[in-house]
Design a binder for this molecule. Structure first.
Ligand code: IDP
Ligand code: MG
Length: 152
């Protein structure tokens, strides 16, 4: 099926503390994406530096790594048609101030340096991020009993 793909979505510590993990899973599930992997972890500085390598030059990089390393995250892989793009639309803009109500960023956060959700911005970056966080055998792919009602 065209554009069946995987994306990496991580919910940051503050959101975990706000108890919104379940809400975000509910939104993605309601959209009928498949959850194929999930883990709860405190990402090491080394892992974060690799994940955010493209952002190593801006001045906020050390603060970003410190913030992300300061507590746990829930890391997930979701599958579905166009899930990378749709995941980003549901996520909202990088800066919560630019995000529309109805998006996760737009509904629940204020500052760009303290945002709550990370979603891969391309299929290629999703592949990289998934491989950083998950072993291939940790991805559980399956066909939902609702598949034929979701896709034509
Ligand atoms: P994204 O999270 O929308 O994909 P990226 O450009 O990949 O945006 O940035 C990754 C993370 O870096 C953001 O989620 C945010 O926490 C942080 N960040 C990005 N731009 C800024 C900034 O201008 N100031 C402070 N933090 C920033
Ligand atoms: Mg990004």
């Amino acid at each position: 099926m065209a554009n069946m793909e995987l994306t990496f979505i991580a919910i940051k510590l503050d959101n975990v503390q706000h108890g919104l993990v379940g809400e975000i899973i509910k939104l993605l599930k309601q959209k009928d994406f498949y959850l194929v992997a999930m883990k709860f972890l405190q990402a090491s500085e080394e892992l974060l530096k690799q994940d955010y390598i493209d952002l190593k030059d801006p001045p906020f990089f050390p603060g970003l790594v410190k913030y992300m390393n300061s507590g746990p995250v829930v890391a997930m892989v979701w599958e579905g048609q166009n899930v990378v793009k749709t995941g980003r639309v549901m996520h909202g803009e990088t800066n919560p101030a630019d995000s529309m109500p109805g998006t996760i960023q737009g509904d629940v956060y204020i500052q760009v340096g303290r945002n709550i959700i990370h979603g891969s911005d391309s299929v290629k970056s999703a592949e990289k991020e998934i491989s950083l966080l998950f072993k291939p055998e940790e991805l559980v792919t399956y066909k939902s009993c609702a598949f034929d009602g979701i896709y034509e």
